[in-house]
Design a protein around this ligand. Structure first.
Ligand SMILES: NC(=O)c1ccc[n+]([C@@H]2O[C@H](COP(=O)([O-])OP(=O)(O)OC[C@H]3O[C@@H](n4cnc5c(N)ncnc54)[C@H](O)[C@@H]3O)[C@@H](O)[C@H]2O)c1
Length: 256
């Protein structure tokens, strides 16, 4: 992909899964990356592995997306380590059992679960935009990519907090593209469907993969590298004419 070589990218929520795959892809394309994540030890291990495999400068910073001062420190630290900041991937979501699995329905849900979901998935993106946009505007061709989800469109009977948080991401991406597009900043989202991350692969409920595959208009389920490739494309000069879009990376599982 054109234009990623030598760029400085912050991947917020990049310790594992889709985020770590994105870090790998960006590093393969010649970008240097700072991974921000609540799980510093896991992020450091990923940074070391990816740096060793690609030769790119990849390091990790611990942060909590729900705490604005922690986000401010992350953005400042990433800019200092990279010597520049060209792009941001906001990939954080609270997928812990205590939160994600308790996101039942809007009548039943404990409001603490509602608030914790929105705090990490959506308000964390607000915090990150508030601190990263002013820095990114100084770059030549800055780009932001957020991770949304097909859940933001699907209208599922469960997980309303998660769906609302991702619909909020879609709205913020369009707002950001409208507000700063004329200053050269692009902002898009990727919307994956079920993706075979480490967590998904560890799920051993019999038959679930086959059941999902039946709903996908494709020959296989999604891999983190599929979404990572789209994130890299949207950050690259090849994606220069794409702004304010939410792009499904879902093997045709949903159409819209
Ligand atoms: N895996 C899927 O099937 C799928 C499908 C659609 C969308 N997504 C989205 O993709 C993104 C990545 O998901 P994943 O499946 O790779 O899971 P993941 O758990 O590997 O990634 C989420 C990351 O966010 C970090 N995080 C959580 N709360 C945080 C906080 N408060 N501050 C800082 N970091 C925090 C986690 O430590 C983790 O590294 C998420 O936004 C998720 O909603 C995933």
């Amino acid at each position: 992909m054109r234009g990623l070589n030598g760029k400085g990218v912050l991947v917020a929520g990049g310790a594992t899964g889709i985020g770590a795959a994105t870090v790998s892809r960006l590093a393969e394309e010649g970008a240097n990356v700072v991974i921000g994540d609540r799980r510093l030890d896991v992020a450091e291990a990923s940074a070391e592995r990816i740096s060793g495999a690609t030769g790119a400068k990849v390091s990790a910073v611990g942060f909590d997306a729900t705490d604005e001062s922690s986000v401010a420190t992350l953005v400042a630290e990433a800019s200092a380590r990279l010597g520049r900041l060209d792009a941001l991937h906001y990939n954080v979501a609270n997928l812990s059992e205590a939160v994600f699995e308790q996101d039942t329905d809007v009548v039943d849900i404990d409001l603490v679960v509602w608030e914790q979901t929105l705090a990490a998935n959506l308000t964390g993106f607000v915090h990150t935009l508030r601190h990263a946009v002013p820095v990114l505007l100084a770059a030549d061709s800055p780009a932001i990519v957020a991770t949304s989800s097909d859940a933001s469109f699907a209208g599922d009977a469960a997980k309303p907090a998660y769906a609302v948080s991702k619909a909020g991401i879609n709205a913020l991406v369009r707002h950001t593209a409208s507000k700063w597009g004329k200053q050269g900043l692009r902002c898009n989202a990727v919307a994956p469907s079920l993706t075979l991350t480490e967590v998904a692969l560890a799920e051993n409920r019999p038959g679930w993969k086959e059941a999902v595959l039946e709903r996908v208009r494709s020959t296989r389920l999604g891999d983190p590298a599929d979404t990572a490739a789209m994130v890299a494309y949207l950050m690259s000069d090849d994606g220069i004419w794409i702004n304010g879009q939410v792009i499904g990376v879902n093997g045709g599982m949903y159409f819209r």
